[in-house]
Design a protein around this ligand. Structure first.
Ligand code: URA
Length: 249
């Protein structure tokens, strides 16, 4: 499908459309070896070769990965100013610039999706699309079954009301309880604050699923590409169309 040259350049991450027009006017852009200075030109990204200042530019392929984040890693790219480890170390071998979709706390573990697809990322995070995020938490105290009913009704937190989509007890472990809790929103420290409010501080927190994507047996600290089946289901869950030809990996 043909697109205007300035749009193509912005899709390649070269410049905004307006700045791309400037580059074109300055004669710095070539299409199939010829300098183009008129602004209306269209290109077919599958066929045409576009260069800026003599270097070929291409639309980056979409990449979608999941990482099993270990505890005590910051959910951020690049180095942290205080020397704490970041997830960057764990995805060094992914050549595309992928970004984490939302954050897990420093000491939270489990499923993190990373992608360079901004639209999918927004929809995964936005409560409007109601994509469930499932967490397993080890909490202090023995959670009585009748407390679950109150938890399901929700509670007021300092930044507004919070109600889980689901909460259940997985098992008791001495004076502690393993709880599974699902929210479709992602406010800061939401699970810890919610369970803390009911008198059960979180000792360990693991995210095990985001919509149709499950952590499964991916080892801690490892990543993998999402499968085509997972991508199809994830796109569908947030109301987007999936086009496999745009995906790399
Ligand atoms: N809720 C939390 O409290 N922490 C996380 O990292 C994710 C959800």
């Amino acid at each position: 499908m043909e697109v205007r040259l300035n749009r193509f350049l912005s899709m390649c991450g070269v410049a905004s459309r307006r700045k791309a027009d400037q580059l074109i006017k300055e004669g710095r852009v070539k299409v199939n070896g010829e300098v183009v200075t008129s602004l209306g030109v269209k290109v077919d990204p599958e066929v045409d070769r576009v260069e800026v200042d003599g270097k070929e530019v291409k639309i980056p392929r979409k990449r979608y990965i999941i990482l099993n984040k270990p505890p005590y890693y910051l959910t951020q790219l690049g180095e942290s100013p205080d020397g704490r480890r970041t997830i960057q170390e764990l995805i060094k071998d992914v050549p595309e610039r992928v970004y984490p979709v939302g954050r897990l706390d420093y000491n939270t573990e489990g499923l993190l999706i990373l992608t360079n697809d901004g639209e999918l990322a927004n929809r995964i995070m936005h409560p409007r699309y109601k994509l469930p995020k499932v967490y397993v938490a080890l909490v202090k105290g023995v959670v009585p079954r009748n407390k679950l009913k109150r938890m399901r009704q929700g509670t007021e937190l300092e930044d507004g009301f919070a109600r889980p989509d689901d909460v259940k007890i997985l098992r008791y472990e001495g004076p502690r309880t393993w709880v599974q809790i699902t929210f479709h929103e992602g406010r800061k420290h939401l699970v810890k604050r919610f369970l803390g409010k009911f008198g059960h501080p979180v000792i360990r927190l693991i995210r095990t699923a985001i919509g149709p994507v499950r952590l499964g047996d991916l080892p801690q600290g490892k990543w993998r590409d999402l499968t085509e089946r997972e991508l199809r289901r994830l796109f569908k869950a947030v109301g987007l169309k999936y086009s496999p030809q745009e995906v790399s990996g």
